[in-house]
Design a binder for this molecule. Sequence first.
Ligand SMILES: CC(=O)N[C@H]1[C@@H](OP(=O)(O)OP(=O)(O)OC[C@H]2O[C@@H](n3ccc(=O)[nH]c3=O)[C@H](O)[C@@H]2O)O[C@H](CO)[C@@H](O)[C@@H]1O[C@H](C)C(=O)N[C@@H](C)C(=O)N[C@H](CCC(=O)O)C(=O)O
Ligand SMILES: Nc1ncnc2c1ncn2[C@@H]1O[C@H](COP(=O)(O)OP(=O)(O)OP(=O)(O)O)[C@@H](O)[C@H]1O
Ligand SMILES: N[C@H](CCC[C@H](N)C(=O)O)C(=O)O
Ligand SMILES: [Mg+2]
Length: 488
Amino acid sequence: MKKLSDILYKVRIQSVNGATDILVNDIQIDSRKVSQGSVFIAIRGEKFDGHDFIEKAIGLGVSAIVCEVMPSTVLEGITYIQVSNSSEAAGYIAHNFYDEPSQKFRLIGVTGTNGKTTIATVLFKLFTELGYRCGLVSTVENKIVDKIIPATHTTPDAISLNALLHQMAEENCSHVFMECSSHAIEQHRITGLHFAGGLFSNITHDHLDYHKTFEAYIKAKKKFFDGLGSDAFAISNLDDKRGTVMLQNTAAKKYYYSLKTIAEFKGKILENALTGLIMTVNDKEVHFRLIGEFNAYNLLAVYGTAICLGENSEEVLRILSMLNGAEGRFDYIISNTHNIIGIVDYAHTPDALENVLTTIKKLRKGYEHIITVVGCGGERDKTKRPVMAQIACDYSDKAIFTSDNPRSEDPAEILRDMEAGLNSAAKRKSISIADRREAIKTAVSLANKEDIILLAGKGHEKYQIINGQYVDFDDKETLKEMFDLLEK
Ligand SMILES: CC(=O)N[C@H]1[C@@H](OP(=O)(O)OP(=O)(O)OC[C@H]2O[C@@H](n3ccc(=O)[nH]c3=O)[C@H](O)[C@@H]2O)O[C@H](CO)[C@@H](O)[C@@H]1O[C@H](C)C(=O)N[C@@H](C)C(=O)N[C@H](CCC(=O)O)C(=O)O
Ligand SMILES: Nc1ncnc2c1ncn2[C@@H]1O[C@H](COP(=O)(O)OP(=O)(O)OP(=O)(O)O)[C@@H](O)[C@H]1O
Ligand SMILES: N[C@H](CCC[C@H](N)C(=O)O)C(=O)O
Ligand SMILES: [Mg+2]
């Protein structure tokens, strides 16, 4: 139970109708979840306007309403708080309601188009190895020390997020590493949180269906750094065109990492192979298990964070050199006798697919063939289908088109969309096999010694959504199974 007036701390209130010294036992942004004694915060969304559900929420017994527009009739016994921005209010209210969890540990936020999951996960692993009790909020999963809590979003809504952070505080976590998606920043899911540090990876064209323009997308990311306090640190990528703009107006102490120029955290790649990266980090030579230039950046971001958090440089590099990356992010296995390299990657956009295939091309010795297995999700942007199919063919010797969560769509129809518009060279290189298991089996059977197979799009996912049903499926396990068959 909390006193309503206490949880309104920092909220920009415009008017109040009713008593604020009442006790409330729950806060909700969804009218379907309210109960007796809840506070219902009405938010205008993409599909619905929470204000339309105020009456329904009152019917279910809520004690207070937080809204931007007062309803035309206000009821006796209900407290109405009119605020200038309900989403922002939800951020503050949730943080207050859950006892300001972010004040109880060091919270580090990671933002950028690519690399968030990798950076946050590697930080979690590093600090766990250093002996701390840690929390993780990420696309793949949320973790409280060793307990896994399934993730529904990259960054959950303000209420779920603060409830999760509260549990982390209860479990005595000292460090929490969290991905901050641009959607989350824009929708105030992280408003009210106290960050000890913020990290920027990079920014490329993405999510423009939501943010509309690239400038708006950049602004959304920058807002995160603008909101950091003077007691925080901010670490940015100096090699990214927007790296300095991100930190332009932050009150936090600024640091940069770079592979190209002088920076606080400076790296230089000495060797970049499928067996790992050899690079210098502030002049110290280290071998890492993570591969690819992009991971050299991720490692510098992680290293910089550890130093800003006061850790010992030698110890940090020693542990980092032993760590693997995040599940399903350039995750690879090698078949025993034939040395076929199988890479599982979450690349599910044209940009990410091109990125991962370019990296593979750079890392291979030259003679190995690349076989790519890829599909496109149902009920998702249809324009990416032919583009991803063409990219797969352009960068591979053979492409196998298959299913990646057709959801309610006909898999054959999605495959036809992928095939449409392929140039003739691409057509010759590609085949379509709707069953993903069969597609992987075919890829393995087509591979010669030391060839490289890329399974793109599903990464860490443990399911395939077909006809709206979740069916167990795991790219990496399936690949292992096929490799084992090969050995027999
Ligand atoms: C586009 C987007 O981000 N949508 C998020 C947004 O939903 P919305 O704006 O559509 O909300 P809405 O359905 O219109 O409803 C408005 C309000 O009315 C309420 N409502 C609605 C119906 C009802 O009966 N009663 C009721 O009270 C809703 O609870 C909500 O508060 O607010 C919801 C609650 O916080 C989110 O769950 C939802 O995420 C949707 C499911 C989603 O797919 N989001 C993706 C795009 C997303 O957030 N992705 C990023 C990662 C992106 C990346 O980097 O890849 C993430 O952080 O996960
Ligand atoms: N620093 C980086 N720069 C460019 N690409 C990267 C970087 N780090 C990882 N990648 C690649 O980008 C993709 C996404 O990586 P990751 O999951 O770490 O990022 P993310 O920002 O969490 O993405 P998402 O928004 O999809 O959750 C992967 O395909 C990975 O191979
Ligand atoms: N956050 C993305 C992930 C897509 C992953 C891919 N495997 C698919 O299902 O299309 C989405 O839901 O659009
Ligand atoms: Mg992520």
